[in-house]
Design a protein around this ligand. Structure first.
Ligand code: SF4
Length: 357
């Protein structure tokens, strides 16, 4: 195994090819941590504006820790995986309350922070504190898997250990932070998932996957997790200039965000007002029910596909008291339509509201 050749090629390639990104060239663990959390499962182009917004609104870990969760979720809106935003907040609080506002420096201590997994802990330890700990993300799996021809499944815990062990053998004592940046950037720009340009690659002469015509085979990933389909029938209930909202609680997607009352169906969307128990409950308020003839909204999460339809329900303001009683009984809220903007909402709801304008 030609370790020093591999490492040297990457270190040589990096300065000429790396992108200018605002979280590079800093040793500030807050900025590094913030960028890593925002960029998890997110493309750089999509994450950049969120990173700038967070840094502007919460310039320090203290600012983030003392902000209301509502505000953090509102800033996070559209980025998905909202548990990351809640963990971000919890982590900021624990750094302020338990670590005096300073990030711990060791990999082990970093790993104990909420929402900080092996990858983020390694990134902070090496980028901020210069420690010789290898980062292993999707890019690193791909580069190592292809170059060294590793047959182990990256989805299994045994496979992950093989990659971690190798990655930690490869990382040099000098400039471990630069090496970590280099291998990730190499995976993001050169050894890309589909059709990498192997002819322009400095590692090509000794790359296992290239010489065995097996680039698409690596990294090896066995059976993917099954995706679950869910059907949401939303009710957009308006009463004069007010609207009924639902604050999502419980252990489901979008906890802490705001959407509308909904009925979940096992398959297909109910298009018959008589089959809706919610419409039945509101019957005495003489609601104007409109099932718009529009295509359902589709939203893809990591292991779920959501298909959502919206029903417009108009309640005359003369029934406001009765509606308020029903709203409170069901744990919903009646708020001014202009207030909707201030709440963090799932992308699907934002798309629907934009289509109503
Ligand atoms: S030769 Fe191709 S597969 Fe091998 S490291 Fe370079 S880009 Fe990746």
């Amino acid at each position: 195994m030609n370790i020093s050749y591999f490492t040297n090629q990457l270190l040589h390639w990096y300065p000429d090819n790396c992108r200018e990104l605002p979280w590079r060239n800093t040793k500030d663990p807050y900025i590094i941590w913030l960028s890593e959390i925002i960029l998890q499962q997110t493309r750089v182009a999509q994450g950049l504006p969120y990173f700038s917004l967070f840094l502007e609104r919460f310039p320090s870990v203290q600012d983030l820790a003392s902000a209301p969760e509502e505000e953090i979720l509102r800033c996070w809106q559209g980025l998905g995986y909202y548990s990351r935003a809640r963990n971000l907040h919890a982590c900021a609080k624990s750094i302020v309350q338990e670590h005096g506002g300073d990030f711990p420096q060791s990999y082990r201590e970093l790993l104990s922070l909420k929402g900080v997994g092996p990858y983020t802990a390694a990134a902070i330890a090496s980028f901020a504190f210069g420690q010789q700990v290898a980062v292993v993300d999707g890019n690193v799996f791909r580069v190592l898997g292809r170059y060294f021809g590793i047959e182990d499944d990256i989805g299994s815990s045994g496979g992950k250990k093989v990659f971690e062990k190798l990655a930690n053998q490869l990382i040099p004592e000098d400039n471990p932070d630069i090496y970590n940046q280099a291998i990730m950037e190499f995976g993001a720009l050169q050894c890309v998932p589909k059709n990498p340009d192997c002819n322009s690659c400095p590692l090509q002469p000794t790359c296992f996957a290239f010489s065995n015509r097996a680039v698409e085979k690596f990294p090896v990933k066995a059976g993917k997790t099954k995706t679950r389909k869910r059907f949401f029938q939303y009710f957009h209930i308006q009463c004069g200039k007010e609207v009924v909202i639902n604050k999502r609680t419980g252990n489901d997607i979008w906890m802490g965000l705001v959407d509308f009352p909904l009925e979940e169906h096992t398959e297909g969307m109910g298009q018959d007002p008589d089959s809706s128990s919610l419409i039945e409950e509101l019957k005495t308020l003489n609601p104007k029910v409109n099932f718009p003839n529009q295509k359902p909204y589709k939203h893809i999460l990591s292991h779920q596909v959501l298909i959502a339809g919206f029903v417009n329900v108009g309640v005359d303001p003369i029934y406001r008291n009765e509606l308020t009683y029903w709203v409170e009984k069901n744990g919903y809220s009646l708020v001014g339509e202009d207030q909707l903007e201030t709440y963090g909402k799932p992308k699907l709801i934002v798309n629907y509201l934009n289509d109503q304008k």
